[in-house]
Design a protein around this ligand. Sequence first.
Ligand SMILES: NC(=O)c1ccc[n+]([C@@H]2O[C@H](COP(=O)([O-])OP(=O)(O)OC[C@H]3O[C@@H](n4cnc5c(N)ncnc54)[C@H](O)[C@@H]3O)[C@@H](O)[C@H]2O)c1
Length: 376
Amino acid sequence: MPNNKLKVGVIGCGTVANMGHLPVYHKSPLSEIVAVSDPLESHLKQAQEQYNISKIYTNSDELLDDPNIEAVSICSPHWAHAEQAIRAAENGKHILCEKPIATNLEDVDKMIAAVERNAVIFQTATQKRFDLGFQYIKEKIEENDIGNIFHASVDWYHSMSDFAQDTKRDVVKWRLTNERCGGGDLLDHGPHYFDLFRWWFGDVKTVSAQIRRVYKNRANEDHSTVLLSFKDCETIAVFQRSEAVLGDFTGEEQGKIHGTKGTYIFDVPYEYLFKPLTLKKRYKKSKISKFSEIELKFPKDNWKPPYTREIHSFINQVLERKNDVVEFPIEYIPTIYDGKAALEIVLAAYESYRTQSTIHLPLKHYTPLEWKTINN
Ligand SMILES: NC(=O)c1ccc[n+]([C@@H]2O[C@H](COP(=O)([O-])OP(=O)(O)OC[C@H]3O[C@@H](n4cnc5c(N)ncnc54)[C@H](O)[C@@H]3O)[C@@H](O)[C@H]2O)c1
């Protein structure tokens, strides 16, 4: 057993903390959960019992000021991330921060300044990069496997239409009703694929979007289509996301990437179920064949959930275990700058919809959407 276990604090003990952060830190021989914080005592107690944690705090400042803690996972609602990350950085703690890393770019710039000033690691928790199927696509694109990529599309929804009238449930409540969120479904889910698109195709040049609030009792949007172009390639990317459509809550998550020599087709099972995605490739076998389709065999034998690989990479990065156990190239790990870029695309999509125009990045001006005044 290593004696240099990373001493971790987890802030916010809700869904994502229990799905990923807490169980992975708890199981890792390289980390120890020293404390958790949450204003809700029931969530605190449940985490304390399940993961055998000695210290609990109802106020995250106390955890952030605890000198025994070397690194934190920030799993609180979006609006709390910036202040908590800045306090963590000022106290010299390394940070794994859930997406969206903040709700506006001014706060992100303050976070970047604090992280740089204190020379701490900040990893953005966009865990889809750690999915072996998506990593496989990244590596194959670099090998020019499907030629010149001209189009990518993602269609992803969770059906939350049944929850539209049921805003009492904790997990759903703040997401659908709290105006401090700074955005709705697109802010919640867009950062995942905007991060992947940048990773695969490079920096984004333009953003245009159409956005809807189908259920008017929600504080923010629940249905969006976003179109992206890129600085250094001719790919067009389309992201379609919804929490308004009818269907199972587990929804659907599918995508296609078209190149001049082939197409990748992916189908992602309900993300929280921790199953590998299905990845197929369509390509032309010969001059006379139309196309063939094969299922790609990216390494599945030793498959681990993206959350596990993400959190292991964070621990390894902080402990500087670069050579032996880094399961993921360090240059692939999403940084604070990647977190900022993904947020900038979401805000540019809002600005595009507000102004009914195409936005060129960097985003120079942003006025939050006022859904109460929008009639669509
Ligand atoms: N990476 C992913 O796939 C993924 C999945 C789900 C959620 N998230 C992100 O994680 C964050 C939390 O989402 P969730 O689904 O776990 O929400 P949740 O409501 O299930 O849990 C949030 C927890 O934070 C607590 N909390 C509220 N205010 C707090 C504060 N100021 N300080 C500390 N804790 C506070 C709540 O009591 C609750 O226990 C969000 O930013 C969300 O976007 C990411």
